[in-house]
Ligand binder design. Structure first.
Ligand code: ZN
Length: 135
């Protein structure tokens, strides 16, 4: 597979409204978009940092995996997202090499990206997302 760069880093927060001022006022980054991803029951806020982005994730339902994550582990680092070329073949290759996949098929993520998650049990504890920009 070909991983080209870190697309974004996902951070779980209880409240976007409470979290955003740190990123804007202390770090001087600009929140350029807030987007709800109904599929994942989250609201996301994005900041650009060079070629990479920070994605803040706020649960919109107690059923959201982000709500469950915060319940057990608290706020903080949630996932690492790599941009890959050809996400379908990257997933096939990972699975063939014994990686447990959360998403066997890519799906739509925030920013119109095509995404899929690998299970942290297979990735050294780091919830890993593959992203391909097919826009
Ligand atoms: Zn993500």
């Amino acid at each position: 597979m070909k991983v080209t760069h870190i697309e974004h880093i996902g951070i779980a927060v209880r409240s976007l409204d409470e979290a955003i001022p740190y990123w804007e006022n202390i770090l001087g980054l600009k929140c350029y978009k807030i987007e709800e991803v109904a599929d994942q029951k989250v609201r996301t806020a994005f900041f650009k940092v060079g070629d990479a982005k920070i994605e803040l994730l706020e649960a919109t339902s107690p059923e959201s995996t982000v709500a469950k994550f915060i319940e057990t582990r608290g706020e903080g680092f949630h996932h690492l997202a790599f941009a890959v070329e050809n996400i379908e073949s990257a997933l096939t290759e990972a699975e063939e090499k014994g990686v447990r996949l959360i998403d066997k098929e890519p799906r739509k993520g925030a920013e119109g990206m095509t995404i899929a998650f690998l299970h942290p049990k297979s990735t050294g504890g780091v919830l890993t997302e593959f992203c391909e920009d097919k826009n």
